[in-house]
Design a protein. Structure first.
Length: 144
């Protein structure tokens, strides 16, 4: 049988004093919160999020679509002249399911698709999917 130990009893005032010490200890420390967006958060070098696509470099090989573990990439037909992409297919990306694993970037034979530090991708539309053309735009030019 397991013996259950009674917790040590202490005067209620001791708990209050400990609480006051805990508060006092943090009073003069620098806050960990920042006034975003006026202040920018610290971004580690290896932080990555928003995916970009170079339409000129994409050869439509579909490797990025095949390697994506979350099926976040679907190839789409885009009517544009590109002698390197005869089938005229380019990836879109659903950022609602993308887990930023970088598989697509690593497998791409032409470095056409790559992740960046950009992370402010909030949208009012009910879709997190960026078309190939939107992936090629700077974030502030994407219609949200
Ligand atoms: S980063 Fe990973 S999850 Fe996101 S689109 Fe690329 S392969 Fe898919
Ligand atoms: S982005 Fe890269 S991996 Fe994906 S279809 Fe284009 S060339 Fe192939």
């Amino acid at each position: 049988m397991i013996e259950v130990k009674e917790p040590k009893k202490e005067l209620p005032i001791i708990g209050s004093i400990k609480g006051m010490f805990a508060v006092a200890k943090h009073l003069f420390q620098k806050p960990v919160t920042i006034q975003y967006p006026e202040e920018r958060p610290y971004e580690p070098d290896r932080f990555r999020f928003r995916i970009f696509l170079s339409l000129d470099d994409c050869v439509g090989c579909t490797l990025c679509e095949q390697v994506c573990p979350n099926k976040s990439i679907t190839m789409q037909r885009v009517e544009r002249e590109n002698p390197r992409n005869k089938r005229k297919i380019y990836p879109d990306v659903n950022f609602g399911t993308c887990t930023v694993c970088r598989n697509c970037e690593e497998i791409c034979p032409t470095d056409a698709i790559y992740l960046t530090h950009v992370f402010e991708t909030a949208r009012t539309r009910n879709s997190f999917t960026y078309s190939p053309e939107e992936l090629a735009l700077p974030e502030d030019e994407v219609i949200k």
